[in-house]
Design a protein around this ligand. Sequence first.
Ligand code: NDP
Length: 401
Amino acid sequence: MAAPSGLAQARSVSLLGATGSIGASTVDLLLRHAGAYSVEAVTAHRRADELAAIARKLKAKVAVVADATAYGALKAALSGSGIEAAAGDEAVVEAAARPVDICVAAIVGSAGLKATFAAAGAAKALALANKESLVCSGELLNQAVRASGGIMLPTDSEHNAIFQILNGLDARHAEEIILTASGGPFRATSPAQMRLVKPQDALKHPTWTMGAKITIDSATLVNKGLELIEAHHLFGVAPDKLSVLVHPQSIIHGLVRFADGSVLAHLGPADMRVPIASCLAWPQRIDSGARRLDLSEVATLTFEAPDLQRFAGLKLTQDAMIAGGGAPCVLNAANEIAVEAFLEGRLGFMGIPDLIAETLDLCTGRGMTAPPADVHAVLTLDVEARRLAAQLLPHIAARSW
Ligand code: NDP
């Protein structure tokens, strides 16, 4: 039966990280196309009231908070709705393991790893926003998706752009895959001024509205490095075929260069509903509600190379991608500790790449960066790298201001 919105058939969807920024964009799309999607599970960390409101709007079957102490609030907020309430990390994983057509995996950080893997085994399409899963365990996640017979659809705007450009073509036919970066709020800031950056400055992204962690990652350009690693695994291309181009207007999201000299680009407004809509409808199309791009209004598109001196985090992620094995997982863990400390005023902005570098050195020196054999090994490495990063933190924080 044809579903409203032009989709050939209605689709079942689960949304992990429903209360976040990607969650909000996805909820907006699901409400715009109510009738085209039936919602199975929605999850959050601990914002029970917000999650219950989303579950009610979307008529989800189950709502889950990871934090067990939020169960009472969730249950009360869902009272009379007929929606099942559950709590705890394992309940989130169980919700992710429910069979659906599409699971949008949008928990932030390596906290989303287990649920993302569960979704990879159960959903026909894994719409991946939780880039940290690919960064920490790219090969293992690819294997999990292959084993389930499903497909991974990139939700990140740059990767979704490349996915659309390639349109089924093997990425190994490409000469170069170029991810664009806005450059963040400190693109033109001097190193001396960057030392003085406060969380409220770094949280002001020039073009995108996103959750706090990825906004800080965008300010350090670590996000772009994580995206390189993400692209490496998503498209199966060697690190030397991947590059970053700073494009402050955030209109072109990705480019692919071919052997004949052709360069294909994907353009769109800086609105995450565009790539998410592409995933929800793939291989068809639905209206995202995003403002249509008017290039005469944009008028100017500019480009520059990234400054790897000022944005050492980008260089560190490139090096970790080349090193492979457990290095990206260690880098990700150290970055998560650093970003949390920066947001809480315990680390200066320029201490973020320093903490990553020192944690990587320490873990490499201890022989911890061999490739993790399975998801359990990834989680163990993540915990150990976090512990070491937390130990290094006070020493690095002291010299970061
Ligand atoms: P937000 O911080 O806005 O939202 C995070 C979501 O994850 C919330 O629903 C939060 O629940 C939940 N969550 C946090 N910690 C846990 C936990 N320990 N267990 C279970 N759930 C948890 O993040 P974003 O939406 O910005 O980002 C989500 C992912 O998407 C990230 O990996 C990011 O890199 C990626 N991404 C985001 C983009 C964006 O535009 N925002 C663009 C491209 C990729 P609660 O609200 O209860 O805390």
